[in-house]
Design a protein around this ligand. Structure first.
Ligand SMILES: Nc1nc2c(c(=O)[nH]1)N[C@H]1C(S)=C(S)[C@@H](COP(=O)(O)OP(=O)(O)OC[C@H]3O[C@@H](n4cnc5c(=O)[nH]c(N)nc54)[C@H](O)[C@@H]3O)O[C@H]1N2
Ligand SMILES: Nc1nc2c(c(=O)[nH]1)N[C@H]1C(S)=C(S)[C@@H](COP(=O)(O)OP(=O)(O)OC[C@H]3O[C@@H](n4cnc5c(=O)[nH]c(N)nc54)[C@H](O)[C@@H]3O)O[C@H]1N2
Ligand SMILES: [Mo]
Length: 768
């Protein structure tokens, strides 16, 4: 069970091997690695076809990250990256999981395998059912499966006893139909992976600049004078972003990396599509590397703003954009009051940084006007995640660096359609206009009361208030905080249901009954009554474009996600007295996805002529006020905010633990055991620690320890991790997600966005 995974006995400890830490990302090793990976899992002809179609204007959208594709020319050899290729090989594996497989392996046996082994078993091919008390999943027909689930849902005493999770690969069409069904069924219980990801960005940006999405486009990187990359590891998680940063450099821009780890891609980069540069050894990307301690970012940003303020006092009107501040913003005086007397040098120390490096960064910001700030999980997954985002906005607003070319906010999204899913209404806290539009177009009154976000959903299941858990993709058990608590929560459910492409741990830690619905993936042909369909997605910069599968599905029994929603809606709503259901013709919607897109156009602003515009090769941009310096906040201004520097919670011998991704995984999917850039191979149960901290603790490199987390008097323990002496910031230790999720306290989350604080866990280390 989950305990076995997280507290592995010492005799099973991995023999971690260490290679050199790399400062160069991509280049030839990345190309070889990705080709090898593809050929290992895919048929050669399919591997070639996939590499030519990925992210092309008439191809499929890479199931990896949400980084945008160039609007203009795309590389003929495929707009891909090493990790995109791995995502493809993972989905398009030639191996199948069939009824025989499930007959052979009990759930208990499978749950003793590690995530890497589980993921490598192949694609799910048939709908499966685990009856109450059974030891093995068995085959079920789709009709019976929908009837079973529909009956369970209909018999709940309130629709709020059902929880409908979404991961971020779901297309716009599937997501829209899904939220429509869930709301007609009668609940807003629509937690999603975004709750654990960029929710802090959404909350922080909406209140300050009026839109919960970033403001820059790819072209802005060509013009930017300074790009700050804070709390993000693009070399691994958004490799194609390095092309954009390289362009910034080519145009004379400067790059500042803010990270406790010297991540390879941020240090040096070789563009795989420029053979000459591969020979020359790559471009130095970062001009300044600020090796901040975990959660030292607010101290850093405040120190920078104070230095900017002092420079502005020396030469008024030369540093701040006073016209912009006067015309477009509110709250300037309160911000100045908050920063003018801070001790920048003390803040530098608090952040674990040299004051000279902060002064050098401030100089860049003083002398330039076009500034982009990019960020990801190092910013959002803290208790003060929303404040982190708001401080980033403060800095940009002082410089007038939002809403003009070469400048703005760039929260870099994770899952390839996580942003689109939110635009489509996958949201436990729906805006009123969405509910009103649904009522107007579909003739039923959606529930007005907000639903559960991820953490509340876990607690509701744990308390017995959540009885049916349905997941559209994802791996809820492994992705969420406090693994053991979440396992208990899922096991208390009457029924857990997963719409999935691949087997994962959430199928194995299940409710009293469980269902697996195997579905088509991004690369599979999707044929419905009117013929072959395409779907649409929205990338990190608000571009909506189409994605069309290119392969024959691995099994005839796979259904598309929209089809699954439609069948579920028919099985569930037909005989619920409160459901009107007559206005929505679910079969018609699914017969031709143009019909779903017409419904989206009628409901969600910005999708005019959707069916026409999305057939343009590069798709279209959604409206974005902040991009044009129009701020759709309640006062129609961009708002400065005042945030306090978070108190440093570490006691003697304690550390902040950050739970990061390795170079060989996609969230809970483990591609392999080689974190190549960091030089850590053959295992994942490691703790990266600064050599000086190691020395102070009297511990040794490669020694095996237990990790104990501390939160408001609660403690959690994970056993047997190997210490790795590593150039990480002091008082910060690095581990991998999901192995250490067992240490993330269920109640430790960001204020206002409720995002688990996965990068700010207070831990101590004990010899095991
Ligand atoms: N190949 C691959 N691509 C992916 C994913 C994947 O797992 N694999 N996941 C996708 C998803 S869903 C997402 S959300 C993104 C995630 O993309 P990232 O946010 O880049 O992913 P993480 O590994 O969580 O990395 C966080 C980075 O922030 C740093 N960091 C941690 N704490 C702090 C802090 O307190 N301050 C600062 N300044 N830095 C800090 C870490 O050292 C690390 O470099 O990637 C997406 N793309
Ligand atoms: N400690 C810690 N915890 C974290 C994080 C962290 O940094 N640290 N990061 C958080 C973040 S940013 C995120 S986004 C979440 C991720 O949380 P999730 O999105 O829930 O997790 P994934 O691992 O991306 O989900 C993988 C599963 O999705 C299914 N799948 C893949 N493609 C498809 C598809 O096209 N359709 C369907 N229906 N299923 C599909 C496969 O069965 C696969 O096993 O984890 C969060 N958890
Ligand atoms: Mo994410």
């Amino acid at each position: 069970m989950s305990n076995k995974l997280h507290n592995r006995p010492q005799e099973e400890q991995e023999e971690i091997t260490l290679g050199a830490t790399k400062d160069v990302a991509v280049g030839v090793p990345a190309i070889t690695s990705s080709i090898q990976h593809m050929l290992k899992y895919m048929k050669p002809a399919e591997a070639l076809k996939a590499s030519l179609k990925i992210n092309q204007k008439k191809g499929f959208d890479c199931p990896g990250c949400a980084w945008p594709d160039p609007d203009d020319d795309r590389s003929k050899v495929g707009e891909y990256c090493e990790n995109g290729i791995k995502a493809i090989a993972e989905e398009r594996t030639a191996k199948k999981i069939t009824t025989e497989f499930f007959a052979k392996h009990s759930v208990q046996e499978m749950s003793s395998w590690d995530d890497f082994t589980i993921g490598k078993k192949g694609r799910l091919c048939e709908p499966m059912y685990l009856p109450k008390g059974a030891t093995h999943y068995e085959k079920i027909s789709w009709d019976d499966a929908f009837a079973l689930l529909g009956n369970k849902l209909k018999n709940l005493s309130s629709p709020n006893e059902a929880i409908f999770y979404t991961s971020g690969r779901t297309s716009n069409e599937a997501a829209f139909l899904y939220q429509l069904f869930v709301r007609e069924f009668g609940t807003n219980n629509l937690p999603d992976c975004s709750n654990m990801c960029h929710e802090s960005s959404g909350v922080g940006l909406s209140g300050t600049v009026g839109i919960g999405k970033g403001s820059v486009t790819l072209k802005d990187f060509d013009e930017a004078e300074v790009v700050l990359v804070i709390g993000q590891n693009p070399g691994t998680n958004h490799p194609r972003m390095l092309n954009a940063l390289e362009k910034t450099k080519q145009h004379g821009g400067k790059i500042v990396a803010v990270n406790p780890l010297p991540e390879a891609g941020l240090m040096k980069y070789v563009n795989p599509q420029s053979p000459l540069k591969i020979l020359k050894g790559g471009v130095e990307l970062s001009d300044i590397f600020l090796q901040v301690r975990a959660n030292g970012d607010i101290a850093l940003l405040k120190a920078l703003m104070k230095l900017l303020y002092d420079a502005e006092q020396d030469k008024p009107g030369t540093v701040f954009d006073l016209d912009f501040i006067k015309d477009k913003t509110a709250g300037y005086e309160a911000l100045i009051e908050n920063i003018k007397d801070v001790d920048a040098e003390a803040l530098a120390k608090d952040a674990g940084l040299s004051f000279d490096d902060i002064k050098a960064t401030a100089k860049l910001l003083i002398e330039n006007k076009k500034i982009i700030i990019c960020w990801a999980m190092g910013i959002t997954q803290h208790e003060n995640g929303v404040a982190n985002v708001q401080e980033i906005v403060n800095l940009l607003l002082l410089k007038g660096s939002i809403g003009k070319p070469g400048a703005g906010t760039c929260p870099v999204r994770g899952h390839s359609n996580v942003q689109g899913d939110r635009t489509m209404g996958i949201w436990e806290a729906p805006p009123q206009w969405l509910l009103d539009n649904i009522e107007k177009n579909f003739g039923f009154t959606p529930p007005q009361e907000h639903g559960y976000h991820v953490v509340d959903a876990i607690k509701a299941m744990h308390e017995g208030k959540g009885k049916v858990f349905f997941a559209m993709g994802g791996n809820f058990l492994s992705a969420t905080p406090d693994t053991d608590f979440t396992a208990e929560a899922l096991q208390k459910c009457e029924l857990t249901v997963h719409v999935s492409t691949k087997l994962n741990r959430s199928h194995l830690i299940h409710g009293k009954e469980a269902l697996i619905f195997p579905c088509l993936g991004r690369m599979d042909n999707d044929t419905q009554e009117s013929g072959e369909q395409f779907v649409t997605v929205e990338n990190s910069m608000g571009v909506v474009h189409s994605s069309q599968g290119i392969f024959k599905p691995i099994s005839d029994e796979l259904l598309s996600e929209p089809k699954i929603v439609a069948e579920l809606a028919k099985a569930t709503l037909a005989s619920i007295p409160m459901a009107i259901g007559t206005k929505i013709d679910w079969d018609k919607m699914v017969a031709n996805y143009d019909n779903i897109r017409n419904a989206i156009e009628a409901t969600i602003p910005g999708f005019d002529n959707y069916n026409e515009r999305v057939r343009e090769p590069a798709g279209f941009y959604l409206p974005n006020g902040a991009r044009n310096a129009e701020f759709n906040t309640s006062n129609k201004k961009a708002n400065f905010t005042v945030n306090e520097v978070p108190e440093n919670k570490l006691q003697d011998k304690q550390f902040y633990m950050i739970t990061n991704r390795s170079h060989d995984q996609y969230n809970t999917t483990i591609y392999g055991l080689a974190d190549r850039y960091r030089g850590i191979k053959n295992g994942r149960r490691v703790v990266l620690i600064n050599p000086k901290d190691l020395e102070e603790l009297g511990l040794k490199h490669k020694q095996v320890v237990n990790i104990r987390s501390h939160f408001k008097g609660e403690e959690r323990l994970a056993k047997n991790f190997t210490l790795i002496s590593y150039p990480i910031a002091r008082r910060t230790v690095g581990t991998y997600f999901p192995e250490t999720n067992v240490l993330v306290p269920i109640n430790q989350m960001a204020h206002r966005s409720h995002t688990p604080a996965s990068k700010g866990i207070v831990v101590s280390l004990e010899v095991s």
